[in-house]
Design a protein around this ligand. Structure first.
Ligand code: G6P
Length: 369
């Protein structure tokens, strides 16, 4: 089953479409009636989580972007401080370890050399315990960590990570809720509300994927381009980073992600009709700010491609292409908005005729430094 593309032209497209099913698997056995089951993280999890006062996340590539989303969730929903760093930097610098820190690694393969080295360095450095959020049960990372949450996404063959990322996000939201529950730091009713939303997530992701044709059409705008900007604000900034990484990896178009508020501090100088600007615009408290950032792009003749909530009040117009997204809960928005960006990079790569599943110079798992 794993090595078979089935009806799909590429593994990447198959894996994008598997997301509703595998997200369901990530959730299986981990939700109670109205709460996350803390024991899903291991038998000692409840006792250890009660001691956690800080979270240090380490990962590489796409997994690092999942960690960046988690920081917004952890600090925003539980008030527990969180730092996120790429493993290749973390492993070689002197780190001031916060007291009672949980050391969290995120990895699809569980064999990434830098992530493993960072975990090994962390031992004896004063961390409370280590937790691996990982897709491979038999991996070194899982073997060497105190606690594990398997993402259960199944084998991922396409070098560009898709289903591994969304299942990591689900795992990290479970972690946020578990820590918030143990510390009684969540807003009243929020855990029950999000558990309900998580149960609906697989079928909702299926609805998001049904916009595939609209995304395929928009991809045509990129076929001849050499540079793109991806903009997001708040928790959507790491989503924009992941969107830019996907496009670079498989279409070889230079793509850079910026927090939309930083546009005026440099990248605005690059904007012209040759540089499409991709934006994710859910209906959140930063929407109005984002809209004025988009105005700055439009005023300079930039082509805007906006994935926007139906309620966002953004419409197609001169130089603006809006792809409407179904309504979703604000907390889960990073998971939803990732899907159209995956599809976008996929269809741009297909148009450009690149080797989608095996992009040049890249490896699925980087097990040497
Ligand atoms: C490689 C892969 C990426 C992946 C990164 C981290 O660069 O091409 O898709 O995100 O490694 O891999 P990991 O297995 O640790 O998540």
């Amino acid at each position: 089953e794993a090595a078979d593309k089935g009806e799909y032209r590429h593994f990447m497209l198959k894996e994008i479409h598997e997301q509703p099913k595998v997200v369901q698997r990530t959730l299986e056995g981990r939700l109670g009636d109205a709460q996350v089951l803390v024991e899903a993280f291991g038998p000692q999890a409840a006792e250890l989580f009660a001691k956690v006062r800080n979270v240090q996340i380490i990962a590489c590539g796409t997994s690092y972007h999942a960690g960046m989303v988690a920081r917004y969730w952890l600090e925003g929903l539980t008030g527990i401080p969180c730092q996120v760093e790429v493993a290749s930097e973390f492993r070689y610098r002197k780190v001031a370890v916060q007291p009672d820190s949980l050391f969290v690694t995120i990895s699809q393969s569980g064999e990434t050399a830098d992530t493993l080295a960072a975990l090994r360095n962390a031992k004896g450095a004063g961390y409370l315990a280590s937790l691996a959020i990982c897709n491979v049960a038999t991996s070194s990372l899982v073997r060497e960590s105190d606690l594990t949450l398997l993402t259960n996404a199944g084998p991922e063959i396409g070098v560009a990570s898709t289903k591994a990322f969304t299942t990591q996000l689900v795992g990290l939201l479970l972690l946020t809720l578990a820590l918030g529950q143990v510390h009684k730091r969540l807003a009243p009713g929020l855990e029950a509300e999000l558990v309900e939303e998580l149960r609906r997530l697989p079928s909702r992701l299926g609805e998001v994927l049904s916009m595939e044709k609209a995304v395929e059409k928009v991809a045509e705008l990129f076929a001849e381009k050499h540079h793109t900007l991806f903009l997001g604000r708040g928790v959507q900034y790491p989503v924009a980073m992941e969107g830019a990484l996907k496009l670079k990896e498989i279409s070889y178009i230079h793509a850079e992600a910026y927090p939309a508020g930083e546009l005026k501090h440099g990248p605005l100088a690059l904007v012209d009709s040759d540089m499409p600007v991709v934006t994710v615009a859910p209906n959140d408290e930063l929407l109005e700010k984002l809209k004025s950032n988009l105005q700055e792009v439009r005023a300079r003749g930039g082509q805007l491609i906006v994935f926007a909530a139906e309620q966002a009040g953004l419409e197609d117009g001169e130089g603006t292409h809006v792809v409407s997204m179904p309504h979703c809960h604000e907390v889960l928005a990073p998971i939803y908005y990732t899907l159209p960006l995956q599809l976008l990079s996929y269809y741009v790569a297909v148009l450009r005729g690149t080797d989608v599943d095996q992009p040049r110079n890249l490896a699925k798992s980087v097990t040497v430094e």
